[in-house]
Each structure stands twice: as C-alpha cells, then as structure tokens.
Design a binder for this molecule. Structure first.
Ligand code: GCV
Length: 683
C-alpha cells in the first residue's frame, strides 16, 4: 500500500516538474554560459540579437562575440557569415538570423565553422487564412492570433502584443521575414481605415524581428469600401482609389510589404467580372503600390467551372500572359496543379513561365493531411516537390532552381499557409510545430534535407534539460532521436498510403477534407467539386486519364516528363492514377495486379501508424508527461482514422473491381454504409 502511494506521489511529482505545454516551440531554454557581445551599431533588431545571445549562450563560457555590419560581397540579402567568434552581415536582420543560427548550432551540439549562409528566397512568407471575425479557414489550432471579432478588433491588449512578439521571434529564428495577416478569401473590411490602425500596431511589433506585414485584398474593395460604382481595374476612379489607399497604408506602415490577391477564383471577385484579364488586374494594383516599394502576389489558384480538367486550368490561364506582368508582380502558385493533395505532381507552371516571377505556395496547415490530429511531417513532401526536375532548361532544372533565382534572375519568394492559432502549443499537435519549422528552414535553404531538419527540430524541441555542457547521450540518440526521426520521415508516405496511394487524389468527404468520401457527389454541384470526378472508377479500372487520349494534361510538362508520365508503363507508380485510367488487372512493379496492390498499400498505411504508436510508447521515458500523453492520444485517433480510410476505400472501390481483398490482409472492420452515414467524426 505504502509503495503504491509512493509511486503515485512520484508520478504526480514527475508530471509537475516535467510538464511542458509546447508553447516554447523549438526555442526552449537550456543551461546558460556567460558571453560578451560587441557591436558598434545600435538598432532595435541588433539589441534583440544581442539579447538572444546573452540569454541563450551555450558556447564557450566567457567568449566574446563580435557582430559586424559591413558590406561583404559573399553575402546576399539577409545572409550572414558565421564563425565561432563573429557574425557578419549586410543588414540588421542578417545579424539576427546569424545569432539564431549560432545558438541553434550550440543547442544541437554542432561545431561552428566559418561559413556563408545566404537565403534561397528573398521573401519567406507565411500566409494566414485568418478571418476578420477571428476564425481561421482550414485552421486546426484555435482562433486567429491577429483578429478578434468585429467589435473587438479595435482593442489591442498587452497579451496580444506579447503573443505577436513571441510569434515574431519564432519566425525570425527560422528566417521567415514576412506575413500575410488575413485570409485570401478576403473581407474588404481589411482596408477600412479603422482596421489599418490594428495592422499598424501588429507591424510595429513584428518589424524589429525583420518581419514585414502584407494584406490579402478583396478585388471588389473600391466598390464595397470605397462606394464606387465599379471595381473595374481600367476605370480611372478605381485606379485612383487603389493609389490613395496604398498611400494611406504606407503613411501608417512605411515598410508595408504588399498585397496578396485571390482573384476570379472560387467565387472571389476579380478582373474577369469586368471582362478584364489577370494582367489588367495585377498590373493596376502593382502600379498603385510600386511608388512605395510594395509588391503584388497574384495567385494562380484558379479554376473555371468548365467540364475540362481542373489540373490544366492554371497553366492554361496564366501561360499566355508570360512576360506581361509588371516587375513587382509575383505569381503565387500552389505546389501541385490541383490543391495541396497528399501527393501531387508539381504544377507544370513551374517549368513553363520564363519571364514572370513565380513563387511556390506550400500548405503548412494540414487541410488534406489529417488536420492537427494526424502526425504527418510535411518536409519530405516539400523536398520532393523542390527537388523534382522540370526540365525547363534541360536536366537539373529543379523546381527549387526555377524559383530561387538560379535559372531565372528574378525577385524570389516562397509562401506557406500557416498552421498557427491561439492553442497553447500554437499548432494543435506538438509535431505540427515541426512543419512550421521545416517551412522556415526550407525557405531559407531549399537544399536542406528533411532528415537534417527533423534532426534539428527533435533536438531543439525534446532536448533533455541538462544542467551542464553535456551533449546528448548515446541512450537518448538510440532510443529517442533515431526512432522518432524515422517515424517523422516515414509519416507522410504512411499518410499517402492510408489515404490516397498511387496518385489517387481528392477523394475526401466534401468541405472538411478530413475523412474519406470517394462516393461524394450531389445533384447540381459542379462536377470538379465531386469525388468521382477525380477517381473515375468503373468496372474496367480507376484513375483520371490525363494522357493524349484523355485530358492531355501531360502535354503541359516538358519532355521527357510528357512521355514518361503519358505512358502507363513508364509513369512512376506514385502518379499512376493521377495520369491514367488503369485497368484493375494492370501489372504493378511488384508483379501484383493494381487491385491487389491498392489493397496491400492501404493496409501498409494502417500498419505503419500502428507502428508509430509503438515508437512513441517506447519514447515515454524521454518525453515530459504532458507532451507524451497528448501525442499518444492523437496517435490513437490517427490509427482509428487510418483504419476507416482503408475500410472505406477498399469497400467502395471493390464495388467496381469486383475482386476479393487478398486473404492475408486484415479484413475491414467497418461497414461502408456506416462510414458513409457517420462521416468520420473528428475527435
Ligand atoms: C482559402 C482550397 C481550400 C479553401 C482555400 C482555397 C484557396 O479550395 O479548401 O479553403 O481558400 O483552396 O487556396 O484559395
């Protein structure tokens, strides 16, 4: 009895001492050594850099570190040169980034060697899909950190400012230097003068961390906010309205970054409403903002309600305009040609527009990847995208090189749709923080491997609290770091396996995009918002024929991809059903038929998640109790959900294949009609 009480007390105590809520992200405090920081220049940003070094130094005790602001040709943009004793940069922000890099190296026990660190992209932006009423579109981590409801947006509390400061610090620590504060489905209220004062307050907090603010704007604002009769981009009054509005913004926020626009897409207003083109719309805004140094990020996420293949539409609409946009316009293109699916071939626009700056848009929030319930590390997906060869200028023209200025000398930028909200741990799932981290790290250096990013993140986020200058123990490496890292690296592929293997796409339940819904369609709903449109299953086979005999989307890719993707025998299996309507009997690389292989793959996905549960359970001795339990609970949901995905897809597609599920695979445990009825409850 006594022993039992003792164990209970011990457990409660370890809960208290170890509890971590995840709010500190990858910036957890460790042991501290003394350091002297010297810099002749004074500025708010330099003071932050100094303070970070003074409060987090884990290098040689008593060392002196020089912060040197001096033009150096080896440095570009906000880059820096790091050595054990100095940080050299051309800009104050460069010094700050150098400070964070140095501290990161200390905290992960890497040796600091003299090296130049230049950013891959000039602009490294988060896009918040935050609504003016405080909700977040596709947000799974609470409410907006920027907006309350309409009545309360005028009040800014000290707590708000503190949160924005923490947000800015986290971003700066991974090199993010811009943020779009509101949803691309933009309320025109954002441009009302009273709202702009709030934007100014936010900008004033973020600025010193090297972060500029941007706004998504509603193309119809001149009519809605300005009371004009039209928002036609060629109308003189409209042009004047945008110029005056830009002036007003820059008076308040002299370093305002610019506008992000979702136009003529999914019901948003745009130049097409007035018989004008994307060029007319984007250039008009670009002219208004140019005198102040601002830019326009014009999204290519467009699709018109036609029967043609949605995957082809962005390319078809934008390519004809190549070279016609102003030099302060950047076309923002989602990584894939449809919509942030668990796996998509890259958007062919990346290999096509040569005279127009293009910026990739990635989605950090897990709209299509299990929200903040599933543990899915997205870095491998982004790495796959960035390192894919477009063959734009012959072999080696990867998406990374086509967008980071290596192949085309252009303004360079990259955006990630944020997964941040008011949840204490910011992202809803402790491991979803790794996706925010990975986006920043890849935006800074698009050649980093996911393995390195995961390694760093785990070390920073789960580092044991040692009291002295000890490195990581072998036991910690072997029993925690290595298996947890492997779980992260495998997690995206596992999600593809239990949701949409072999190029299946968009077979979700409509609207929430969480659980399976390959059957979902409704009378009167446009075809490309229904799921059979994407999988086209019938008694012959399954998949979307995008070859020359189908929609011919393959023709939008350069050779050799056009031929490779277009031939069922050479198309990579991961894209098979994206490009082909393949027969159920199609022979896969394994020698199995397509139907059997689909069954095995869904089953593998489920088994992988079950294995992640084991990995995490074994990690218990190395994680604080609070984070351990929270992740453990979510993995249980993920395992349940993966099972539902498998059962739903196998039972649904079996109606077409008319073949048995191979007998060595675990039988489905749900009935299809129950799944259809219940949808999938989000825990
Ligand atoms: C912000 C998809 C999402 C929408 C999103 C849209 C976009 O359709 O489901 O929520 O809207 O993409 O990127 O504009």
């Amino acid at each position: 009895m006594q022993k039992k009480i003792y164990i209970i007390i011990l457990l409660c105590f370890s809960f208290l001492v170890n509890a971590e809520d995840g709010h500190q992200l990858w910036l957890r405090k460790g042991y501290l050594n003394k350091v002297i920081v010297v810099c002749s220049k004074k500025s708010e940003t330099i003071s932050i850099a100094k303070q970070e070094l003074l409060s987090n130094w884990q290098g040689t005790p008593g060392a002196t570190i020089n912060l040197v602001l001096k033009k150096d040709k080896r440095i570009t943009g906000d880059g820096f040169i790091l050595s054990e004793v100095s940080i050299r940069a051309n800009t104050d922000a460069g010094i700050l980034y150098g400070a964070y890099e140095l501290l990161r190296q200390q905290q992960t026990f890497q040796k600091t060697e003299e090296k130049v660190y230049n950013p891959s992209y000039d602009l490294r932006l988060l896009n918040h899909w935050d609504n003016f009423n405080g909700s977040v579109e596709r947000g799974y981590a609470g409410l907006s950190i920027f907006w309350r409801d309409e009545l309360n947006n005028q009040f800014v509390t000290e707590n708000d400012k503190m949160l924005w400061k923490e947000y800015a610090r986290a971003n700066a620590s991974i090199g993010i230097n811009g943020t779009v504060l509101n949803n691309v489905n933009a309320s025109s209220d954002i441009l009302k003068s009273e709202t702009l004062t709030r934007v100014k307050t936010i900008a004033d907090v973020l600025r010193f961390y090297g972060i500029r603010v941007y706004l998504s704007v509603n193309f119809n604002s001149p009519a809605i906010v300005g009371g004009l009769k039209t928002s036609d981009p060629l109308d003189k009054e409209v042009i004047k309205w945008w110029k005056t509005k830009s002036k007003e913004i820059y008076k308040l926020i002299p370093d305002f970054g610019g506008f992000l626009v979702k136009a003529s897409s999914e019901g948003q207003p745009g130049p097409h409403d007035f018989g004008r083109s994307h060029v007319d719309g984007a250039n008009m805004l670009a002219d208004a903002i140019k005198p102040h140094g601002g830019i326009v990020m014009w999204r290519a996420f467009v699709y018109s309600p036609t029967e043609d293949d949605r995957a082809k539409q962005a390319y078809a609409e934008f390519l004809p305009f190549d070279g016609q946009f102003r030099d302060n316009v950047i076309i923002q293109v989602k990584n894939g040609s449809i919509d942030f699916q668990p796996r998509e071939p890259f958007s062919p626009l990346f290999g096509a527009m040569k005279k127009t700056a293009l910026m990739p848009e990635l989605q950090i929030t897990q709209e299509y990847l299990g929200h903040s319930i599933h543990l899915v590390f997205l870095s491998p997906m982004w790495e796959e995208f960035l390192q894919t060869d477009t063959y734009q200028e012959g072999t080696g023209s990867t998406v990374a090189k086509c967008t980071d200025g290596t192949i085309f000398k252009q303004r360079t930028a990259i955006a990630g749709v944020a997964n941040i909200g008011t949840d204490t741990n910011w992202c809803g799932h402790h491991f979803a923080q790794a996706n925010w981290y990975a986006f920043g790290r890849l935006a800074w250096n698009n050649q980093l491997s996911s393995e390195q990013i995961a390694d760093e993140w785990i070390k920073l986020t789960f580092r044991p609290n040692t009291k002295n200058n000890e490195g990581f123990t072998k036991e910690w490496f072997d029993n925690f770091l290595i298996p947890v890292k492997q779980m992260m690296l495998d997690s995206r592929e596992a999600a593809v396996d239990y949701m949409m293997p072999f190029g299946f796409h968009h077979i979700f339940q409509a609207s929430h995009h969480y659980g399976p819904g390959p059957w979902w369609e409704r009378e009167g709903v446009r075809k490309d918002w229904t799921m059979p449109y994407y999988h086209k299953a019938d008694s012959f086979g399954v998949g979307f024929n995008r070859t020359a005999t189908g929609s011919n989307a393959v023709a939008q890719y350069h050779e050799p991809l056009n031929t490779q993707y277009g031939d069922i025998n050479t198309c990579p299996e991961k894209y098979l059903l994206w490009f082909h309507h393949a027969p159920w009997s199609h022979k896969m690389n394994s020698g199995r038929t397509l139907w059997d292989e689909i069954c095995y793959r869904y089953d593998d996905g489920v088994n992988q998640v079950r294995y992640f549960q084991v990995v995490w359970d074994k990690a218990q001795p190395y994680v604080d109790a609070e984070r351990f339990v929270e992740v453990q609970r979510k993995l249980r949901y993920q395992a349940q959900n993966a099972q539902v995905w498998k059962d739903a897809c196998l039972l649904y597609f079996q109606q077409f294949s008319q073949q048995p599920i191979p007998y060595d695979i675990e039988r489905p445990i749900h009935n299809l009609d129950d799944i259809k009825k219940n949808d999938m409850d989000r825990p």
